[in-house]
Design a binder for this molecule. Sequence first.
Ligand SMILES: Cc1cc2nc3c(=O)[nH]c(=O)nc-3n(C[C@H](O)[C@H](O)[C@H](O)COP(=O)(O)OP(=O)(O)OC[C@H]3O[C@@H](n4cnc5c(N)ncnc54)[C@H](O)[C@@H]3O)c2cc1C
Length: 407
Amino acid sequence: MDLHTPHPYWLLKNGLLCEYPALRNTLKVDYLVMGGGITGALTAWYLAQAGIQVAVVDRRHIGMGSTCASTALLQYEIDVPMHQLAKSVGEKDAARSYHLCIHAIDKLELICKKMPLPAGFERKPSVYYASRKADLVGLDQEYAIRKKHGIRVERWDKSDMISAFPAFKAPGALYSPHDGAQVDAYALTHALLQDALKHGAQVFDKTEIVDIRHEKTQVVLHTQHGQSIRAKQLVIAGGYESQEYLTQKVTRLHSTYALVSEPFDGAEIWYRDALIWETARPYLYLRTTPDRRVLVGGRDEPFFSPGKRDRLLAKKTQLLAQDFNKRFPTLAPLLVDFNWAGTFAETADGLPYIGTVRERPRTFFALGFGGNGILFSQIAGEIIRDAAMGKKNPDARIFSFARAKIV
Ligand SMILES: Cc1cc2nc3c(=O)[nH]c(=O)nc-3n(C[C@H](O)[C@H](O)[C@H](O)COP(=O)(O)OP(=O)(O)OC[C@H]3O[C@@H](n4cnc5c(N)ncnc54)[C@H](O)[C@@H]3O)c2cc1C
């Protein structure tokens, strides 16, 4: 699958951060993680930390799937607002999912502090603004349910918005001063795998799994060059390409667009350099980068067709720049330095799928779909580590395939 245009910003900025060999021999391992993106890296890191024997394989270079295209906002706010999520999964699980995302940000912060390479982690506040007056009803419902469940959020009215973001013309917003962050997902993936290597993990890229057989006591896999891998357990962390290993269709693929500007002067580009997004769907979102650039993303299209997706890139870049100029006239015109398009997957309820399916014994899926993919990857890493250690994780149920809805 063609996951993105060739030059996402993080790939250009970081280049080949670390190199890994292709698998050249047969391999026997307790846990095999198929996929070396942020999900596979976090899972392998947690397993290696727990002293479990683990190997990672990826058909591409490490991190060059969706991870290098990620705009990497870390928001506890799931794409589906809590008051709506409560309708599909129940209020208790909706609130717990939001809290798990808050914990996931905290845990990623601690992990990033321990990493052997910098991963661009920065704490940021988050602003979720009402795109239209009509969205205020939903915004108030969202504020009420988040407050009820102890989330640290403020309800901003029109005048609060004007004093922070004068040109937005937004009638209100939810402001989360503490629970947001941003990261460089590609750098973090390499950092995690470098650290996992120190704890005994093995990492192979340019190694494609072309056949998987599930036996009673092991999973036997074959690579494109005919090597066999025997694993007691398999973790499928194949990102948006994982659907082919499932009989049930659980994801919908979209196309999405992002740009990064030339650097700005000054310490702060806008109000506290907050993460910004909105109630409209598809939503526009903005963040800054540690090298003082502006990142603008959105203008999604509801199709998966890499050719059609990429032909729209120039037009979408222009539209995203206009979106920015309208909201930040004092910073306009935005000078675009880099742009890219990517494929993006979402689930019917906005939650990821993490767990097992009957037709694939000895196999765990770690599928962090949606706008919070990275936080879901962090949650998956812990659930899989707990399962490997025979520890019951009470939250695993929330993300299991038992709730699967055909999309
Ligand atoms: C433009 C864009 C913006 C995004 N913005 C955000 C954001 O702001 N915040 C956020 O949290 N998330 C965001 N996401 C989502 C997030 O980036 C993804 O959830 C995350 O990168 C997925 O990581 P992954 O490791 O699961 O998948 P990937 O990074 O795609 O890794 C999966 C790997 O599996 C490998 N693989 C697949 N099949 C095989 C096989 N048969 N054999 C060997 N290897 C295989 C692939 O080569 C790939 O490298 C965004 C995504 C995009 C595209």
